[in-house]
Design a protein around this ligand. Structure first.
Ligand SMILES: Cc1cc2nc3c(=O)[nH]c(=O)nc-3n(C[C@H](O)[C@H](O)[C@H](O)COP(=O)(O)O)c2cc1C
Length: 412
């Protein structure tokens, strides 16, 4: 299968600009710069490219939401926070093919008229950030980034900003606050970043894999991109498969690839020939699927129909020996720890969830505690300032609903 996001990663010295150029790198940027910026937006919109950071919002549509007046400063931010547990796709792009991201970002910046961009990378990815900074310096030296890119008169300067290890800073408005030097707390929306983003200016925030898909779309055209995947979920996805599989790793497959195939063929099946118990299909925030629910296609709509989400495409595979209350405890602790504390339903809700699940997991709970967890999840859903509260409630609540007998076995 032709690759969009991982075509260079097995090539020796794949991070170097020379290798990238030899393999056709920056041709898409040259092509984009020869087109009117509105045309670049319409090509990306036509491709149907949807965000790979979790929410799946169409990229072209997001760009069209920016105000028509281009005189004021506007910004492009690459979200490389990658804080969702079970997710490790963006790091592969940045570490092994950084110029793909820089090229995608520079094309996007040209399309939306941004002269300044930021890559917000999680602090834990320190060595990857160094690869990125080196690649950026190389791109600037050769005129692919910075002032007067390829003598086009277009300017786009990128800064790399290291986060300080907070999950909520992956949420786009918390990320913007953090970039502005404030505590990373989500903003009330609307206004959305397209109208009021970084320093109050129109801003586009896109995930690493979304931006890295753009050079292919410009080079090959939207129809070739749409030949991968399926309607409403075009292109490919970098599926990060981890947990109890024989060959964990990052694999690029078209959207709509069967989850069963990804686990049993691509990732080599369950370790030690054990039975599968459950799968979390899109990072920890995605509601869990039982072993008999994995006969589904990995695309936005199919997962929603199955009661879960595609999320980040980070697939966590759990074998028959895993205690789901133990997983729920880890999840509840994570969300309680990462809640920014700004809104009451998330701050109080996640810490109460943690308290109840801790009690149940320690075999000190009651049936009433299980009911209380489910009630609490219902209250949290839809009532928090950002989607993190929903994530906590869906993740933990679904584990309790689908594996209730395991929780009941622990209570008096
Ligand atoms: C709690 C929380 C954490 C998030 N973390 C990330 C992240 O680490 N990376 C990311 O790209 N998007 C993350 N998002 C989604 C972003 O808010 C935003 O939708 C995304 O960066 C937009 O880019 P995309 O449309 O290209 O996916 C997170 C959202 C929430 C609610």
């Amino acid at each position: 299968m032709e690759k969009i996001l991982s075509r260079n990663i097995n090539v020796p010295d794949s991070q170097s600009l020379d290798v990238y150029i030899k393999r056709g790198g920056y041709d898409a940027l040259k092509k984009a710069l020869s087109l009117p910026s509105e045309k670049v937006i319409s090509i990306v919109a036509e491709s149907g490219l949807r965000g790979r950071g979790g929410a799946g919002f169409p990229a072209g549509m997001k760009w069209k939401l920016l105000p028509a007046d281009r005189t004021a400063a506007r910004y492009l931010i690459c979200n490389a926070d990658e804080g969702e547990p079970g997710t490790f796709k963006d790091r592969q792009i940045i570490e092994l093919d950084p110029h793909l991201l820089i090229e995608g970002m520079t094309i996007a910046a040209y399309a939306i008229g941004a002269c300044r961009g930021f890559i917000y990378i999680r602090g834990e990815y320190d060595w990857i950030a160094r690869v990125l900074v080196r690649a950026l310096r190389e791109a600037e030296d050769k005129g692919f980034s910075g002032v007067d890119i390829l003598n086009s008169g277009h300017q786009f300067c990128i800064d790399v900003f290291r986060g300080a290890g907070s999950y909520i800073c992956g949420e786009e408005t918390a990320l913007i606050e953090s970039l502005e030097g404030k505590a990373g707390r989500p903003r009330l929306k609307p206004p959305f970043p397209a109208a009021f983003g970084l320093y109050g200016q129109p801003t586009v925030v896109q995930n690493v894999a979304t931006l890295a898909s753009i050079p292919f779309i410009i080079n090959m055209g939207p129809d070739v991109f749409k030949s991968f995947g399926k309607p409403r979920s075009y292109g490919t996805m970098l599926f990060g498969i981890c947990g109890h599989v024989n060959k964990s790793g990052v694999y690029e497959y078209p959207m709509g690839t069967s989850l069963k195939k990804l686990i049993y063929e691509v990732a080599g099946g369950i370790k030690d020939n054990k039975k599968l118990k459950a799968v979390i299909p899109g990072g920890l925030s995605a509601p869990i699927l039982k072993a008999d629910e994995i006969d589904i296609e990995m695309d936005f709509d199919s997962l929603i129909a199955a009661g879960s989400i595609l999320g980040t495409g980070g697939i966590i595979v759990l074998d028959e020996d895993v205690s789901i209350p133990f997983v729920a405890q880890k999840a509840a602790r994570f969300f309680a720890h990462e809640s920014c504390g700004q809104c009451t339903p998330c701050r109080e809700g996640t810490s109460m969830l943690k308290l109840l699940i801790d009690r149940i997991a320690a075999a000190e709970g009651s049936l009433a505690d299980i009911e209380q967890v489910l009630r609490l999840c219902r209250y949290i859903k839809g009532s928090t300032l950002c989607a993190m509260g929903d994530a906590a409630a869906f993740s933990v609540g679904t584990m309790v609903k689908k594996f209730r007998e395991e929780f009941e076995a622990l209570v008096k």
